[in-house]
Design a protein around this ligand. Structure first.
Ligand code: SAM
Ligand code: SF4
Ligand code: F3S
Length: 469
């Protein structure tokens, strides 16, 4: 039985083959038009899922004959892979695209393309068509696998291409991927989201939740491990609701059995679907790192109901208690929204107290940003910006104390660390199992390999250490 028969969301293999043919045609067209391979500048905003999509787009661009550049001014093709999660993310894209106009006037052959979550919204595409006529190609999240076809149309007809499909979404396998790192690999396990948290745009721009087949995921993991990748991060908006031949815990166990020296991370876990079975699985799997990113968003039950999160404070805290009991060295991180419509100062106190009770190693804090089309965007919101900023800063201050305390407790302990990058000449950084950054003396040729680092001190909440012989 083929993967297509198993899952109605799958893009049929003959469609993928058709895109491969388009890629070959684009290659021919471009090699006749450019002396050297044309250079693409690809910039991705937003979450790791979007970064992973961007790597697949680069894979397709490579198959179409493009080389890559980090210098936008030298590019022949500019692609912005956008995010819509907060207003600020959208403003940055409009600003950057606007700045391309004079550049395009100087480099008339340069093509400008936009894709990703932001352009999936009709009001954005309308604005692009109206006010940014120099943008050549715009394509939505459900048609990314057709990039070679769009490039063919763009370069052969010279016409603008706008392809936004409103659909529940698809799964496209066998797309070439050009990974940014040679030792850290993103592996999507599912796409879309069904949760409709009242503040969130993701379900509207990413379609319904759909899981990749277990075999396709295991194949991808085996391929990257054989290619020498050392860190695999499994991605999905709610990995705990993965539905393949096995559930998410089963998937982790199957990946853990794959031979090789590598570590496994995953994100994001949703508290409503995060189970004790998952905690037991992390405890049992030696390749799965001791870190759980478990966004709680608010510590107040009324706000959690208004957010449509489907768990309450006590359920969250009991999960955390179980996790800490089973995995004493587990570190927890979380996302929080401050200033949700109608949040009172007392309700915000519940968020502070939850953060204080759990003791996260770090928190990602966001001030509520109304997203058109979501339920929360229509809720009355009387709290002024200054008060929201005050709450944000209060939480930030509390978190700094917890981060410092947790960092302090690491001093004297040793961790296996994957050397990730050179922060300064002769100094490397990597992450502990719990995902805390540590800096230590070491040569760049160690990047991409594991070392054991003993933590010797902390600077703020960054750890400093040294490699053990
Ligand atoms: N699926 C993940 C989950 O449920 O935890 C999170 C995905 S979202 C891309 C990342 C974070 O952005 C969320 O956890 C939330 O804290 C924040 N976020 C989403 N919508 C937001 C909004 N309208 N305003 C402010 N922050 C928002
Ligand atoms: Fe957004 Fe909620 Fe889905 Fe996360 S689970 S992507 S916050 S709707
Ligand atoms: Fe942004 Fe889309 Fe991710 S809205 S956070 S890029 S799923």
């Amino acid at each position: 039985m083929s993967l297509y028969d198993l899952n109605k969301n799958m893009v049929p293999p003959d469609e993928i083959a058709r895109q491969r043919e388009y890629a070959a045609l684009v290659r021919t067209v471009l090699s006749a038009r450019f002396d050297d391979p044309p250079r693409a500048f690809v910039h991705t905003y937003g979450c790791q899922g979007n970064v992973s999509d961007g790597e697949r787009m680069k894979g397709m661009l490579h198959a179409c004959g493009f080389a890559f550049t980090d210098v936008r001014e030298e590019a022949d093709f500019v692609l912005y892979n956008t995010c819509a999660v907060r207003e600020h993310a959208e403003d940055r894209v409009f600003g950057n695209v606007g700045a391309l106009k004079p550049l395009k006037n100087r480099r008339r052959h340069m093509k400008i393309a936009l894709c990703g979550c932001m352009v999936q919204q009709p009001r954005v595409t309308e604005r692009l068509q109206r006010s940014y006529p120099f943008v050549d190609l715009v394509f939505g999240t459900h048609v990314t696998h057709r990039l070679p076809e769009f490039l063919y149309r763009l370069y052969c007809t010279g016409e603008k291409v706008y392809e936004i499909l409103q659909s529940d979404g698809v799964i496209a396998e066998q797309i070439p991927v050009s990974r940014d790192s040679s030792f850290k690999a993103w592996v999507p396990i599912m796409y879309g989201c069904n949760n409709f948290c009242s503040y969130c745009i993701v379900p509207y721009v990413r379609g319904r939740e759909r899981s990749r087949s277990t075999e396709a995921i295991l194949d991808e993991v085996r391929t990257v491990v054989q290619a020498g990748y050392k860190e695999i991060t499994l991605l999905g908006q709610n990995v705990n609701s993965y539905k393949g031949d096995v559930n998410f815990s089963g998937l982790l166990r199957r990946i853990n059995e794959i031979p090789g020296e590598f570590i496994v991370r995953f994100m994001t876990s949703h508290p409503k679907d995060c189970t004790r079975e998952l905690i037991d699985t992390i405890a049992a799997c030696e390749k799965v790192e001791r870190h759980l990113h478990l966004p709680f968003q608010s510590g107040n039950d009324r706000i959690l109901r208004e957010m449509n999160r489907h768990y309450d404070r006590e359920k969250y805290l009991s999960l955390v208690r179980y996790a800490k009991e089973k995995i004493p060295d587990l570190l927890l991180t979380s996302d929080v929204i401050v200033g949700f419509p109608g949040e009172t100062a007392e309700e915000f106190e519940d968020t502070l107290s939850l953060a204080d009770t759990v003791g996260f190693s770090s928190l990602f804090l966001f001030i509520f940003s109304p997203r058109a089309g979501t339920k929360a965007a229509c809720m009355p919101d009387e709290t002024d910006r200054a008060e929201k900023v005050r709450r944000f800063q209060a939480l930030e201050k509390l978190q700094a104390q917890h981060s410092a305390r947790i960092a302090e407790a690491m001093i004297g302990r040793s961790f296996r660390v994957l050397c990730e990058e050179e922060s300064r000449p002769g100094l490397l950084t990597g992450k502990t199992s719990g995902s805390m950054t540590v800096e230590f003396p070491g040569e760049a040729d160690r990047i991409g390999s594991f070392v054991t680092v003993r933590v010797t001190e902390r600077a703020g909440w960054t750890l400093k250490g040294e490699i053990e012989p």
